[in-house]
Design a protein around this ligand. Structure first.
Ligand SMILES: Cc1cc2nc3c(=O)[nH]c(=O)nc-3n(C[C@H](O)[C@H](O)[C@H](O)COP(=O)(O)OP(=O)(O)OC[C@H]3O[C@@H](n4cnc5c(N)ncnc54)[C@H](O)[C@@H]3O)c2cc1C
Length: 390
């Protein structure tokens, strides 16, 4: 069975998000926020008032029940206007709500999920490091348990930690056991960003500028052992937590962001091609432009089907690792090619800071890199589909 028709409640939610975007994310203000690399927190607070942060959280913890298809649709709609609201939403509902709901200890769930459902807390992901990208299980940031087993000390550097400046917690992937084998020596720790010993340094980068991505330096940062994700029993269980559903859903949330960006680029090019006249007619009447627009619409349609099929599988708790990787790969690579074609349709204006197209392009170039590169998705697809590697 496949997810083919959008349920009514998702369609209604899209309408609500569309109105939110038009009201709270005007194009000119979004361009200015993107230029400085910051978005006002009040915008996210207004989004949280609509209740969408509860879409990844069970009712028992103040959410509206887990509905991944709806939550993915929220990201797509918001991302049509960049990361100003879509970014913090991911930090709250996905990095926070979904992760802690799946892997948190009973105390972590009781304390954090109700706040996440109301949009009161944001969480950043501290996985990558200066020398560690795709090979995440090789992280060098160390966590050592105190002799009495009550606290954990963390030292090392995380790189590309997006949102460290706006987040309340960083979920930090650490090497927690120097004597155990790779994959069995990792833990995820919920580190409050207010902890002593943390230094945050901004990185200048081209896309995903709703907040700065940062280096985060941990210098003997002490947290109670209860902050190990899953509680003390989560010690050295980090890889199994990361590699089960969390990484699949991370691909989907990035793919949803990419789809929103891709879809906005196609809409803008579609409209521009009808308004811009050259050689006595609208440029959409020139066959080459018509064909390009038909191609990007087709790619967009295929991308949408792939994303929502994978999201539906994830929501039904069916295996979706290959499908999530396929969606991330396709939307990343074909999305980038298509957005570049949209930019060409807009000619010089596609490169102007007065038009959103140049931002769509900057965002699209990052998608095949972040959250697992396209090559890593290909590796995953081949492995999940059982292709022998030797
Ligand atoms: C703006 C931005 C925001 C980010 N936000 C976050 C964040 O919030 N938290 C976080 O933890 N990280 C974040 N990242 C990091 C991002 O997830 C990594 O960039 C990504 O995982 C890829 O790692 P890398 O760039 O170090 O590339 P590498 O892993 O060094 O790879 C470099 C190249 O080699 C290829 N390659 C590597 N290994 C293989 C292999 N086995 N087979 C085939 N090809 C291979 C890759 O495909 C790529 O083309 C962010 C990055 C950016 C740019």
């Amino acid at each position: 069975m496949y997810f083919t028709e959008e349920p009514d409640h998702v369609r209604l939610l899209r309408d609500t998000m569309h109105r939110f975007v038009e009201r709270e994310l005007p194009r000119e203000r979004v361009r200015e926020w993107d230029r400085v690399g910051e978005a006002p927190r009040e915008v996210f607070e207004k989004l949280a008032e609509t209740g969408v942060c509860g879409l990844t959280i069970d009712e028992a913890y103040g959410g509206v029940g887990k509905d991944l298809v709806s939550a993915i649709a929220v990201i797509e709609e918001l991302a049509r206007r960049g990361g100003a609201a879509a970014g913090p939403y991911i930090h709250c509902a996905f990095y926070g709500g979904l992760n802690i709901g799946e892997n948190g200890s009973p105390t972590q769930k009781r304390e954090l999920l109700p706040k996440l459902a109301q949009g009161k807390i944001l969480v950043a992901y501290g996985l990558s490091e200066p020398d560690v990208g795709g090979d995440l299980a090789s992280v060098q940031t160390k966590a050592r348990m105190s002799k009495d087993g009550t606290s954990v000390s963390i030292s090392g550097t995380k790189r590309w930690c997006t949102g460290a400046r706006i987040a309340d917690y960083i979920i930090c992937l650490v090497n927690s056991d120097p004597d155990s084998q790779k994959y069995h020596n990792l833990s995820l720790i919920l580190v409050p960003t207010s902890s002593e010993g943390i230094q945050v340094r901004d990185i200048e980068h081209s896309g995903l500028r709703y907040t700065r991505s940062t280096d985060v330096i941990f210098d003997e940062v002490n947290v109670p052992v209860e902050n190990v994700l899953g509680g003390p029993s989560g010690w050295n269980q980090g890889w199994s937590m990361l590699a089960k559903d969390a990484l699949d859903v991370e691909k989907l949330e990035i793919a949803a962001y990419a789809l929103g960006n891709f879809s906005a680029a196609v809409d803008d090019a579609w409209l521009y091609a009808q308004e811009r006249r050259q050689f006595g007619k609208p440029i959409c009447a020139h066959q080459a432009v018509r064909h390009t627009l038909s191609e990007v619409k087709t790619n967009l349609q295929a991308a949408r089907h792939m994303l929502y099929h994978a999201a539906w599988l994830a929501n039904e708790q069916k295996p979706c690792s290959a499908e999530a990787s396929m969606a991330k790969l396709f939307i990343g690579d074909i999305g980038l090619q298509s957005v570049l074609k949209c930019q060409q349709i807009m000619g010089a204006y596609g490169c102007s800071a007065d038009f959103d197209m140049e931002r769509y392009v900057r965002e699209a170039t990052l998608i095949p890199i972040v959250g697992g590169s396209s090559n890593m998705q290909k590796n995953n697809i081949a492995a999940r589909l059982g292709l022998p590697s030797a």
